[in-house]
Design a protein around this ligand. Structure first.
Ligand code: PLP
Length: 582
């Protein structure tokens, strides 16, 4: 179930004729926001620092969050040697996993002038590397413990990894998934013979339930990343790369969620080939590892971008952090658009479709090589998964060209007079228009067109904008404005100056009743003047809402919006909204 329970492409813009007032009682329930694969809270003695992803941003491709390489002395922590020898002897992983190919990406390599090698973990049974860690941990459980069964909580690849491992080992597995989990994912787990229990609205609630049930029924809880056996299982990816690669490796790019994969790869590779850089890649809005390394301790994100759902983690693991702090070389951050462009690159290269988290490392490798102008080196990117949510493909194709800077999104103002459209078209010249939106408003107002053009070079765009400006056609580029790409480009239909209009972006949980709950809380009290939702196959639905709230009621509004429990942000001052919609 990827759409909210209403039509997947809903657009409603206020006009004076359609005033909508509802008299429904306000009910506000506090819900915890969706959180995937977080770990148990840190001990009460050390309060966890809550930070926003925006508090650490740097240019795409730059190697940031370089750790202090501090070696923490922890009681009971495994030594470097223990990790190495255990990874070397993790042969049982191959009961379920294949030694995935390491293959050159010829087109991408030619374009970048470096050899880009793909470690094809997307070709594993269940289409991701996660079965390595899960199987490694479960295969080591004593027989009597295995007989009591295992339990885990996950809505993603870990669930399938645990289910397949349990099937292979002949043990009973319960997988707890949030009720919002798409049917396709719960069905895949059931098909592998595991019992699925749908519990809670968020990953947190599912995890708490799973741990509790595990204790009551003596089942072993299999965590998604923060356990030495999980880390060692994922470390076999590093062992294979070292064995498979013939020449010197400049860097291995690894997608980072909770940090299990990168910690395992680093634990092996840094011991046998310390000159190879181990570089983490995170989405700019899901940068829990970068922020933790930056602060020198684990932090919790106050919100996390859900597009690359496999790595949408608010808090990295404690053991994974300990290893990353000591061993990795830093973290590259990439945008959602760049991830989409890499999904397209992979499709053009191998005719395979990666899921967003699966293409993350490729996006990071490309950005890094461009940023540092590297040539004639070998880089390896882990293509970590292919469990693509089909509904998300629409957004991926929309953003892929923007991500590769092959398309720009623009707005141009022109006089509302006969002939100006023709003049505009002449100024566009030979450039290919890929999208165009215009609607008459009034003779007094300037006409506004929102459009996209295909690009060959950045210079092409600059000279077109200069041509427009020289004819007094004010032109603004919105290529990097996510609100324009997600909402406003689909909403354009004339500008209206609605009194006291607040613009908010809400993240609705994708489940029946989410819209009704929102309307119960907000609508009876205030008029809704704009509503736009477009299914993007994300963890939560990104909904843009305009609400008429007078300044004296702002505090009350904030109270209700916060109590609703959905993440939200005020966007009224977003330049694009002011220009395109008012
Ligand atoms: C496809 C994919 N890539 C990367 C990751 C991140 O792995 P980790 O949590 O070990 O950092 C995950 C985690 O589930 C994943 O499913």
């Amino acid at each position: 179930m990827e759409a909210l329970c209403f039509t997947p492409h809903v657009t409603f813009r206020h006009n004076d004729v359609t005033k909508r007032k509802r008299s429904v009682t306000v009910t506000a329930t506090v819900l915890r926001t969706p959180q995937k694969q977080s770990q148990s809270p840190s001990p009460a003695t050390s309060p966890v620092l809550k930070v926003s992803p925006a508090s650490l941003q740097y240019e795409s491709g730059h190697l940031g969050a370089v750790p202090d390489h501090k070696v923490e002395e922890c009681d009971g922590a495994l030594s470097e040697m223990e990790y190495l020898t255990n990874i070397l002897s993790s042969n049982r992983v191959y009961d379920v996993a294949i030694e995935s190919p390491l293959s050159l990406a010829p087109k991408l390599s030619e374009r970048l002038g470096v050899n880009v090698w793909l470690k094809r973990e997307d070709l594993q049974p269940v289409f991701s590397f996660k079965l390595r860690g899960a199987y490694n941990m479960m295969a080591k459980l004593p027989k009597e413990q295995l007989e009591k069964g295992v339990i885990c909580s996950s809505a993603g690849n870990h669930a399938q990894g645990v289910a397949l491992a349990a099937k292979t080992l002949g043990c009973d597995a319960v997988i707890v998934m949030p009720v919002t989990t798409p049917r396709i994912k719960s069905d895949a787990v059931k098909r592998l013979g595991a019992t699925v229990e749908l519990v809670g609205d968020s990953y947190d609630e599912a995890q708490a339930y799973a741990k509790n049930k595990g204790e009551k029924e003596n089942r072993t809880f299999i965590p998604p990343f923060d356990h030495p056996d999980i880390i060692m299982g994922q470390g076999t990816v590093g062992m294979e790369i070292v064995r498979q690669m013939q020449g010197p490796i400049h860097a291995i790019f690894v997608p980072v969620g909770g940090g299990g994969l990168i910690a395992g790869i680093a634990a092996y590779v840094k011991r046998v080939s310390p000159e190879v850089r181990i570089i983490g890649v995170e989405p700019a809005d899901a940068n829990a590892m970068a922020l933790s390394l930056h602060h020198g301790k684990r932090v919790v994100l106050d919100q996390v971008g859900g597009f690359a759902d496999g790595v949408a983690v608010k808090e990295v693991g404690s053991e994974t952090f300990r290893l990353c702090r000591e061993l990795i070389d830093g973290v590259v951050l990439v945008s959602r658009d760049a991830i989409c462009a890499s999904i397209k690159d992979m499709f053009e290269e191998k005719r395979s479709i990666l899921e967003p988290a699966g293409a993350l490392a490729l996006a990071g490798a490309e950005a890094y090589c461009k940023f540092y102008g590297l040539k004639d080196i070998n880089v390896v990117a882990i293509t970590s998964g292919a469990n693509m949510n089909f509904d998300r493909l629409r957004l991926v194709t929309e953003l892929a060209n923007v991500g590769r800077q092959r398309e720009a999104v623009l707005a141009t103002f022109m006089p509302e007079t006969p002939g100006s459209f023709k003049q505009f078209a002449e100024l566009i010249g030979k450039m290919n228009i890929t999208e165009f939106k215009y609607r008459y408003e009034s003779p007094e107002k300037q006409a506004l067109v929102l459009y996209s053009v295909g690009l060959h070079t950045k210079f092409e765009l600059q000279s077109m904008v200069e041509r427009m400006e020289s004819y007094q056609l004010k032109t603004i580029e919105f290529t990097n404005n996510d609100m324009v790409k997600d909402h406003l480009r689909h909403l354009m239909g004339g500008r209206t100056n609605v009194e006291n209009e607040l613009l908010c972006r809400f993240v609705f949980p994708e489940r029946p009743g989410a819209l009704m709950k929102f309307l119960h809380a907000i609508s009876p009290r205030w008029n809704i003047s704009l509503f736009h939702y477009r299914a993007q196959g994300e963890m939560g639905a990104n909904v843009l809402v305009g609400i008429q709230v007078s300044s004296s009621e702002l505090d009350e509004f904030r109270y209700h919006a916060t109590n609703l429990g959905y993440e939200y942000e005020l966007e009224t001052d977003n330049e694009a909204f002011q220009l395109l919609m008012r």
